[in-house]
Design a protein around this ligand. Structure first.
Ligand code: GLN
Length: 486
C-alpha cells in the first residue's frame, strides 16, 4: 500500500484491526516521510521509541487486547510532556528537558492504542499565531512554504496537512487549534474547557488552556476526542467530572431544522473578501442540508482582544515563574548569586514574545493597575460568556470565519505583535467563554490557501459540532484536498 500516509485515522484503524497492515509497517512509512523533518514540523523524533510502541501494538492486535485506535500513529504538540521524547514547549529554557511522566492526554491516546511519532514544533509556550515564535525556527505551511502555518499548534497542522502524521494533538488557549487548522486546510476541535485533562500540558493561561485533536476530518477528530477526554480530578482539579463520551455515535444526525447563528460582528470590515466568500458558500451548503441561518449578535466580540491579552499574560506571568533554572531545563553558566542566576537564566532562556507577555502580565497584576486592568478584564470576560448564552437562546450552533484572512507570508507581521493579536478576534470569544469550537475546511482563498469555517457550540455540545462538521464533509471535499505532491 503506497498511500498509507493519505489514509484517515478511521481507515488505518480498520486495516490494523483486520491485520491487512501491521503497526510496524504503518509507523515505518510515516517515519520515512518524516526523514529530513519536512517543514520543520517536528522538534523530536526517535524511531526506536516509535517502533517499540508499534511492536507492542502489533502484539496487542495479535492477542486480542488491542485498543480502538491500536497502531494508528499520532504526533504530539511539544506542550504535552512525554517520558519517551524531549519536551521543550518550543522554548530554549526547556532545551534538553525530559519529563518523568506522560501528560494524561498522551497517556490516554496510548491506552487507546495510538503510536507516538514524536513531538511537534509550536510557538514558544504556545504564545503566537504564526509559529514564528518557536525558539527552534518557524514551521512552513505545506500549501505554500513562504507562508506561516498558523499558531501556536503550527507543527501539528503542518504535519497533518503534509501527510507526516494522520492526526496530531494541539492545545488551544485563544485559537491555537482552530486557526492553524484553518490555515493548513485540516479539521480541529477545541472541546469545552475541562473536557480534557490539563495534567502534563505545560501551562500558558490555565483558565483558558484546553487540549484537542487535529486531523483531516471531523470523523477522525471524533475518534481522537473520545479517547482524549475524561475526568482526571485528582491530577487536574478543573477537569470535568463527566463520563467519557463516544463522539462518533451521532455524526450522522440530520441537520434538518438546525439553527445556525450568524454573528454580525464576525462579518464586518476586517474580514477579507476571499475568506468571506468561502464561509458564505459553506453556509449555503448548510442551508441545502436543511439548516436555518439565524442572524445573531455577539456585541462584545471586539473587547475579547484586550480582555484576552490581559488575562492570558497575567496567568502566564505566574505560570512561567517556575522556569528559573533550578528545577528544569536551561541554567545560565556564569552568575554571582541565586538572584543573578534566575535573571540570567530567564534572560537567556525566554524569547522576546514570552518576555513581552511576562512583563505585560506582571504589569496588569501589579498594585495600582490590578483593578483597572485585570479585574476589569475578568468582568468583561463574564459579559462575553453571557453574550453567548443570549445567542444560544436563538440558535443551536454559531458559525463564522476562524480568522480574518488566509495564512500570511513569513515576516509580514514579524515586527508588529499587535497585528497578530488582532487576527485572533474570531477565536478569542469562545475561548474566554470556555465554549467548544472547531475549524472545518470550507474552501480556498487568495493564493490557493485554505479557509476554515468556525463552528462554536454551547457547553458540552462537541457531538453536535462534530456532527455538523461531518455532514458538511459528506457534502464537500475540501478536507480531502492536499497540497501538491502530498
Ligand atoms: N494567538 C493567541 C496567543 O498568542 C492564542 C494562542 C493559543 O491559543 N495558544 O496567545
Amino acid at each position: 500500500m503506497s498511500d498509507l500516509h493519505n489514509l484517515s485515522v478511521k481507515a488505518l484503524a480498520t486495516l490494523l484491526q483486520t491485520k491487512e497492515v501491521s503497526a510496524v509497517e504503518v509507523a515505518t512509512r510515516f517515519l520515512a516521510r518524516m526523514g529530513g523533518n519536512p517543514h520543520n514540523a517536528f522538534l523530536d523524533i526517535d524511531s526506536e521509541v516509535t517502533l517499540a510502541q508499534a511492536c507492542a501494538s502489533d502484539a496487542k492486535l495479535a492477542n486480542g487486547t488491542a485498543g480502538p485506535l491500536e497502531g494508528v500513529p499520532v504526533a504530539h504538540k511539544d506542550v504535552f510532556v512525554t517520558r519517551d521524547f524531549a519536551t521543550t514547549a518550543g522554548s530554549k529554557i526547556l532545551s534538553g528537558y525530559r519529563s518523568p511522566f506522560d501528560a494524561t492526554v498522551v497517556q490516554r491516546l496510548r491506552t487507546a492504542g495510538m503510536v507516538s511519532l514524536g513531538k511537534l514544533n509550536c510557538d514558544e509556550f504556545a504564545m503566537g499565531s504564526a509559529n514564528e515564535n518557536s525558539a527552534y525556527g518557524p514551521v512552513q505551511n505545506p500549501w505554500d512554504t513562504a507562508r506561516v502555518p498558523g499558531g501556536s499548534s503550527g507543527g501539528s497542522a503542518a504535519a497533518v496537512a503534509a501527510g507526516l502524521a494522520p492526526a496530531a494533538t494541539g492545545t488551544d488557549t485563544g485559537g491555537s487549534i482552530r486557526q492553524p487548522a484553518s490555515f493548513c486546510g485540516i479539521t480541529g476541535i477545541k472541546p469545552t474547557y475541562g473536557r480534557a485533562s490539563r495534567y502534563g500540558m505545560i501551562a500558558y493561561a490555565s483558565s483558558l488552556d484546553q487540549a484537542g485533536p487535529m486531523a483531516r476530518s471531523a470523523e477522525d477528530c471524533a475518534l481522537l476526542l473520545s479517547a482524549m477526554c475524561g475526568a482526571d480530578i485528582d491530577r487536574d482539579s478543573t477537569s470535568l467530572d463527566m463520563p467519557t463520551e463516544d463522539f462518533s455515535a451521532s455524526l450522522n444526525h440530520s441537520l434538518e431544522g438546525l439553527r445556525i447563528g450568524i454573528p454580525k460582528e464576525f462579518f464586518g470590515e476586517g474580514l477579507a473578501a476571499d475568506v468571506r466568500a468561502a464561509v458564505d458558500s459553506a453556509l449555503r451548503e448548510y442551508e441545502k442540508l436543511g439548516a436555518k441561518l439565524v442572524p445573531i449578535s455577539l456585541p462584545r466580540t471586539e473587547l475579547s482582544i484586550p480582555v484576552y491579552y490581559i488575562i492570558a499574560p497575567a496567568e502566564a506571568s505566574s505560570n512561567l515563574s517556575r522556569f528559573d533554572g533550578v528545577k528544569f531545563g536551561h541554567r545560565a553558566k556564569d552568575y554571582t548569586d541565586l538572584v543573578d542566576m534566575y535573571k540570567k537564566t530567564r534572560a537567556e532562556g525566554f524569547g522576546n514574545e514570552v518576555k513581552r507577555r511576562i512583563m505585560t502580565g506582571a504589569y496588569v497584576l501589579s498594585h495600582g493597575y490590578y483593578d483597572a486592568y485585570y479585574l476589569q478584564a475578568q468582568k468583561i470576560r463574564r459579559m462575553i460568556a453571557d453574550d453567548f448564552q443570549n445567542a444560544f437562546k436563538e440558535c443551536d450552533v454559531i458559525a463564522g470565519p476562524v480568522a480574518p484572512s488566509v495564512a500570511w507570508k513569513f515576516g509580514e507581521n514579524a515586527n508588529d505583535p499587535v497585528a497578530d493579536y488582532l487576527a485572533d478576534i474570531f477565536t478569542l470569544p469562545a475561548s474566554l467563554a470556555g465554549l467548544p469550537g472547531m475549524s472545518v475546511p470550507a474552501g480556498f482563498g487568495a493564493g490557493g490557501m485554505p479557509v476554515g469555517l468556525q463552528l462554536i457550540g454551547n457547553y458540552f455540545k462537541e457531538a453536535q459540532l462534530l456532527g455538523a462538521a461531518h455532514r458538511l464533509q459528506q457534502a464537500t471535499d475540501f478536507h480531502l484536498r492536499k497540497p501538491e505532491g502530498i
